[in-house]
Design a protein around this ligand. Structure first.
Ligand code: FEO
Length: 401
């Protein structure tokens, strides 16, 4: 999609599909790429809403000039969010259109100057302020911490389009279709979930506040900065985000293990069997050594139960399990159940101590029994892991869906 695509009266998608970058934020794999959606309203005044990463400036400027020609300029660049996946092209925009005014709230303009230096022209807006472009009229609404303190959304009262930036976004490049009625949305659901749980999930309280603001709008289109756009059923993505922000969980259990030689892994297999025996069939067992961390977090966000299984390593628990727990603690997840299993050969308690700390301090409900084994599991050890699996399953079943 190397040309602008008209999405409404005088309104264009001028985004970029990135299938080159390996890791979003240098952390999260982009196996299906990601889009940086940017929009342009070509009215009496010309406004660009959200930008793209600096790497793609050439295509980006070409798209803009493809709409307005070479003898007109862009009047406004509206920065809903300063993270450089959206603001990176600012310097190029300033070079291409020296008269351009950068629009943002007080924090936006502060952060923009931190990244790109002082701006020749800027317009500071506050919550509820309106910018008239001609026929189109834009209202700004601040939604702090979705995903940075300065984040805001822009609503066009004429096209009823909500330009929501990271909110309602998804991983996954756009493969030809832009809108929900042009693509198989189910195909993006996993990527939306992985995006939410890894990028925005920590700020779910703020997402809920933002959703309360959005609830009052007449939504003709939702135009996020990543992933599909919604016009057939904007309520689909609003409700999916509401559910993820509320931390609704499935009647499901994730078992994650760290095992160097396969002995500790047998506890994970036994626990999974116990969960299944008890009637919970949505069970996922993942090896922390080979699984991608973002997929572990995505699955942990979805599942109501978690069993962590780790061998001891350098006086602690297997490092990939330690890292996983560390990431989960930062997510502020709640209303979930956790069970723990550890092993040691010569350092009794080394794995169990951090596992126990997580289970007791993460704000989840710990399920007994703890299972700690020596070197390789005995039949009794495996029976205990099965019992733990059964108990986690019972806890998960005991919550009303
Ligand atoms: Fe898509 Fe928080 O940047």
């Amino acid at each position: 999609m190397n040309r602008p695509i008209q999405i409404a009266d005088k309104t264009w998608w001028i985004g970029i599909n990135d299938r080159t970058t390996g890791f979003f934020e240098a952390l999260w794999p982009l196996s299906r790429g990601v889009s940086y959606n940017s929009y342009m309203i070509d009215d009496n005044k010309v406004a660009v809403i959200d930008g793209v990463k600096a790497d793609f400036y050439y295509q980006y400027i070409a798209k803009i000039k493809g709409i307005i020609g070479t003898d007109r300029s862009v009047d406004y660049m509206i920065i809903n969010h300063v993270e450089p996946d959206h603001s990176g092209a600012i310097e190029t925009m300033l070079q291409a259109f020296p008269e351009i005014t950068i629009v943002g709230n007080r924090k936006t303009l502060k952060y923009v100057s931190q990244f790109y230096g002082s701006l020749p022209q800027s317009l500071e807006v506050a919550d509820g302020d309106v910018l008239e472009l001609g026929n189109h009229s834009l209202t700004f609404s601040l939604i702090p911490m979705v995903h940075w303190p300065e984040t805001m959304v822009t609503y066009d009262t004429v096209s009823k389009a909500l330009y929501s930036c990271d909110a309602f976004g998804s991983f996954g490049a756009l493969d030809g279709g832009l809108f929900d009625d042009q693509i198989d949305l189910e195909d993006y659901r996993g990527e939306t979930y992985r995006y939410y749980s890894n990028i925005v999930g920590k700020y779910s309280t703020f997402v809920e506040r933002a959703l309360a603001k959005v609830d009052g709008l007449d939504l003709g289109m939702i135009c996020p900065a990543h992933g599909p756009l919604y016009r057939k059923d904007p309520g689909y993505i609003v409700e999916l985000y509401r559910s993820m922000a509320r931390q609704d969980t499935d009647r499901a259990v994730l078992v994650v293990y760290g095992s160097m030689y396969g002995n500790t892994a047998r506890l994970a297999e036994a626990a999974a069997r116990g969960i299944h025996d008890e009637g919970v069939t949505d069970v996922t067992v993942m090896d922390s050594a080979t699984a991608d961390l973002s997929s572990l977090i995505q699955e942990a966000w979805r599942c109501r139960g978690l069993i962590l299984v780790g061998c001891s390593y350098n006086g602690g628990v297997f490092p990939k399990i330690a890292h996983f727990m560390d990431m989960l603690e930062g997510k502020k997840m709640s209303r979930r159940f956790v069970g723990i299993c550890g092993s040691y050969t010569w350092s009794k308690g080394a794995a169990m101590k951090p596992l126990r700390l997580f289970a007791e301090q993460a704000g989840w409900t710990k399920v007994e029994p703890e299972v700690e084994i020596v070197s390789r599991p005995t039949e009794q050890d495996l029976d205990m892991a099965v019992e733990l699996g059964r108990n986690v399953a019972d806890a998960v079943i005991g919550v009303d869906d």
